[in-house]
Design a protein around this ligand. Structure first.
Ligand code: CTP
Length: 409
C-alpha cells in the first residue's frame, strides 16, 4: 500500500518533531518515497540533515531559498499524500484558512490528494476554541486528523495534546491511500510472458518480467481483495495472494477462464504469445538434423475469451506497444476490455523489467487519458482507484455476497 507511493512529510515546529524522524524512517521502510518540508521553527527542534539522511533528499524549507522555481506546486504535483506531523496550532490555523505564507501551507493548498495532520501542542492550546474551530474546518475540508492523545507534553506538562506515535500515522496513511477499498472483491490478475514449447528445452517467449502484474496483485491484496495471480514469472512474496504458476498461453487461458466467472475484476497484464509451435517436438531438436520447420498456430485470446463469458467480470487489459499507443483504442474495443492500459515500451522508463511505467488509459467508449511516468506500484494504486470509479458507474449485475478470505476454496 505504501510501497512506491510518494509522500510529502511536512514538519512544523514542536518538540514532537523528533518523532518525525522515526515517522520518515517507517515510511521509507514501508517502501514509500519521502520528501520532507520543514517550517523555520521545525528546524529548531530537528536538524534538516537528519531527515535528509533518512529520506535521501534534502528537506525543502523556504519558497525563496529553494532551488526549484515553484517548490510548492512541484511537490504538490509529485505527492500521492501529504502528512503534516507534528502539526502545530499555527500550522493548523494556516491550513484551515488557506493562509499560504510558508512552504508547508503553500504545498497543502496546491495539493488535491489526501492530507493527514497529526496535531501536537499544549492542552490549553488544543482545547482553545480557535483550535477547535480550525480542526472542525479541516475535517470538513476532508483533511484526516490523527490524534492527539493524552500524555506527557513539553516542559513536564500532562494532558491531551501529545502527537500520536509514528506507527499510528502510518496506519492512518495506509487507510487514506485506499486500504480496504477492495474488501470483498475477488480479483484475477495475469502476469509474465508465456512460453510456448518448441521442444523440451526451447521455447518461444518474450521479455515480460511480470513486475506490473505483481504490483497490481500486491496493491489489490493490500486493499483487502482476494487475489489470484496467474503467472509465468516470479510471483511476489505476499501471503494474501493465491499464485497459480503456468507456462504456456493454453495453461494461462485455462487458469484464467476457470476463475474469471466468479471474479469481480480480471486484470490481464500478461504478455501472451500470439503464436505457438503447432507440433512441439517430444525430443530435443538436434543441430545435426538441419534447420527445423516450425509450423505455428494461433494461441487462444484470453482477454476476448473472458469478455465472451456469460458471467464476466470487469475486464482490464494491458498492451505493450512499440510506438504511439493509438492502436490500443482499437484493441480495447475488439477485445471487449472496459479499460486498456497501453504503454510504449520504446519510451524511456516504460520498457520491460524496469520499475516505472507511463501508460495511456483507453476506455470502452474510445476516450483516453495519459498518465505521467510513475513507479509501477503507483500505477497499480491509480489503476485500482480508476477501476473502483468505473465499477461505481456501472450497473451491477445483482448483489453478490461479500466474500471472506476462507471462502476462496
Ligand atoms: N491477450 C490475451 N491473449 C492473447 C494475447 C493477448 O489475453 N493471446 C491480452 C493481454 O494479456 C493484454 C491484451 O490482450 O491484456 C493486449 O495484449 P497484446 O499482446 O497487446 O494484444 P495482441 O492481440 O496480441 O496484439 P498484438 O498483435 O499487438 O500483439
Amino acid at each position: 500500500m505504501l510501497a512506491g507511493r510518494r509522500i510529502v512529510l511536512a514538519v512544523s515546529g514542536g518538540v514532537a518533531a523528533f518523532k518525525s524522524a522515526y515517522l520518515a524512517r517507517r515510511l521509507v521502510e514501508a517502501g514509500a518515497e519521502v520528501r520532507a518540508i520543514m517550517t523555520r521553527s521545525a528546524q529548531e527542534f530537528l536538524g534538516p540533515q537528519t531527515l535528509a539522511a533518512i529520506t535521501g533528499s534534502h528537506p525543502h524549507v523556504d519558497f525563496f531559498e529553494d532551488p526549484d522555481v515553484s517548490p510548492h506546486t512541484d511537490l504538490a504535483r509529485w505527492a500521492d499524500a501529504i502528512v503534516v506531523a507534528p502539526a502545530t496550532a499555527a500550522t493548523l490555523s494556516r491550513l484551515a484558512t488557506g493562509l499560504s505564507d510558508d512552504l508547508v501551507s503553500g504545498t497543502v493548498l496546491a495539493f488535491t490528494g489526501p492530507v493527514l495532520v497529526a496535531p501536537a501542542m499544549h492542552t490549553e492550546m488544543w482545547e482553545h476554541p480557535a483550535t477547535r474551530r480550525n480542526i472542525e474546518v479541516l475535517a470538513g475540508d476532508g483533511i484526516v486528523v490523527v490524534g492527539p492523545v493524552s500524555g506527557s507534553l513539553a516542559g513536564g506538562d500532562e494532558g491531551p495534546g501529545r502527537m500520536v506515535e509514528p506507527e499510528e500515522i502510518v496506519e492512518a496513511l495506509r487507510e487514506a491511500l485506499g486500504s480496504g477499498t477492495l474488501e470483498g472483491w475477488l480479483v484475477v490478475v495475469s502476469a509474465g510472458g508465456t512460453r510456448e514449447a518448441i521442444d523440451p528445452v526451447r521455447f518461444i517467449g518474450n521479455r515480460s518480467s511480470g513486475k506490473m502484474g505483481n504490483a497490481i496483485a500486491v496493491e489489490a491484496a493490500e486493499r483487502g481483495a482476494l487475489v489470484t495471480l496467474v503467472t509465468s514469472a516470479e510471483p511476489p512474496d505476499h501471503a494474501g495472494i493465491e499464485v497459480v504458476q503456468v507456462e504456456s498461453a493454453a495453461e494461462m487461458a485455462a487458469a484464467v477462464w476457470e476463475r474469471a466467472p466468479g471474479a469481480d475484476v480480471a486484470v490481464l497484464t500478461a504478455a501472451v504469445a500470439d503464436f505457438r509451435p503447432k507440433n512441439p517436438s517430444a525430443a530435443k531438436l538436434r543441430r545435426a538434423e538441419g534447420l527445423p520447420e516450425l509450423e505455428l498456430e494461433p494461441t487462444p485470446d484470453i482477454l476476448s475469451g473472458v469478455a465472451e463469458l456469460e458471467r464476466r467480470p470487469c475486464r482490464v487489459g494491458f498492451a505493450a506497444e512499440a510506438g504511439p499507443a493509438a492502436e490500443a483504442a482499437i484493441k480495447a474495443k475488439s477485445k471487449g476490455a472496459d479499460l486498456l492500459f497501453a504503454n510504449d515500451i520504446t519510451a524511456p522508463g516504460s520498457g520491460f523489467g524496469v520499475d516505472t511505467n507511463a501508460v495511456t488509459v483507453f476506455t470502452a467508449d474510445g476516450s483516453s487519458e495519459e498518465w505521467p511516468l510513475m513507479p509501477k506500484r503507483a500505477v497499480a494504486a491509480a489503476l485500482w482507484d480508476r477501476i473502483i470509479e468505473l465499477r461505481a458507474a456501472m450497473p451491477q449485475p445483482g448483489a453478490r455476497p461479500r466474500r471472506r478470505r476462507q471462502d476462496r476454496s
